[in-house]
Design a protein around this ligand. Sequence first.
Ligand code: GTP
Length: 366
Amino acid sequence: MTAPTIATALLGTDPHQRIRLLQTAIASLLMFAAAAAVNYLVWVGITPVWQGVVWTVFTLGTFAGFLLFIRLGFNRGLADPSLSAAQMVMAMLVSVWAYAIANAGRGAVFPAPMLTMMFGMYALTPGSIRRIGWFAVIVFGVVMGVMTQLKPTVYEPRVELVHFFVFSVMILTVSWLASQLSRLRNRLRTQKAELAHALERIQDLATHDELTGLFNRRHMQDLLHLEHQRCMRSGHPFCIVMLDLDHFKRINDAHGHAGGDAVLRAFADEAKACIRASDAIARWGGEEFLLLMTDTRASLGKLGVERLRERVTALRPPGVESSLPITLSAGLAEHRAGEPISETISRADQAVYLAKAQGRNRVVMG
Ligand SMILES: Nc1nc2c(ncn2[C@@H]2O[C@H](COP(=O)(O)OP(=O)(O)OP(=O)(O)O)[C@@H](O)[C@H]2O)c(=O)[nH]1
């Protein structure tokens, strides 16, 4: 068995679950160290054997239970899937229990609750961390008070008072620090999400035309370059189609610039709906568009462009319902092997001029 196979068998494949399991495993190891300390106290005769055994079995059993609970995925639907709060509360309870059975060795318990607070900063809100800090102050205060009554010779009230004071100051300071770190983590997470969103927006702006939502000229140039490379390797044909709305100036004159914009948008929506998923269309200039038809011969491509041309004649965007027809002239050029891409574009361009010269509303092969 290789190391990655063992890791997958132990931790699973879900990266979130793996992190939760690792955190719980670290907490369990700390509990293991605490159990070693308690058992040392048993060995040197400070803690009664049965108390040490019950504490050890309960503590290690509970943390093994946390590990199993997460490994089996029972935590997934919970509000706190890392079980951080539950583990921290449990760690506080077993710490205070250890304090009650450690007698003269109880000073060794103090670091455990401090360390426990640090775990909260990974998954808990600052408020929850502070609440757990206060919970620790209360349970330790109560147990210290009770122990001064049960064993006043070992848990001397004067000493317990100073213990309680030092413990409270330390735990509240650590919980404040942990809550600050948690706040910082939350802020970083929000900033990361905002940055990802901004990057997405920038990428969208850099590749798309704002008015029509189609690709812009720059992005189409990249796509053409890629298609050219692909074609050189595979020999698959592709076509470039230049599309130009006819007498667009008249539409602008009749309906104003906003009306013209509405026609451009309606055309873009129609074109997107009409072309194949593997094709790409971009706004090349004002009322000029470039359609890239991948893996297509001219004869087949022409059928597709004719279909689009027909659908454009039926366009009636809101606010532009007049007698002025909306039509399209197109020039189609199939890329020839060895030809620079600029040459194919130029042939498609010349074909549009021909289409205009021949009376518009038609598709001409370049
Ligand atoms: N509304 C609007 N009009 C635009 C936009 N970009 C370019 N135009 C207009 O498109 C028109 C293009 O006019 P021309 O180049 O003479 O072409 P045409 O009127 O379509 O005539 P033909 O191409 O010969 O059929 C101009 O009036 C430009 O102002 C735009 O983003 N919105």
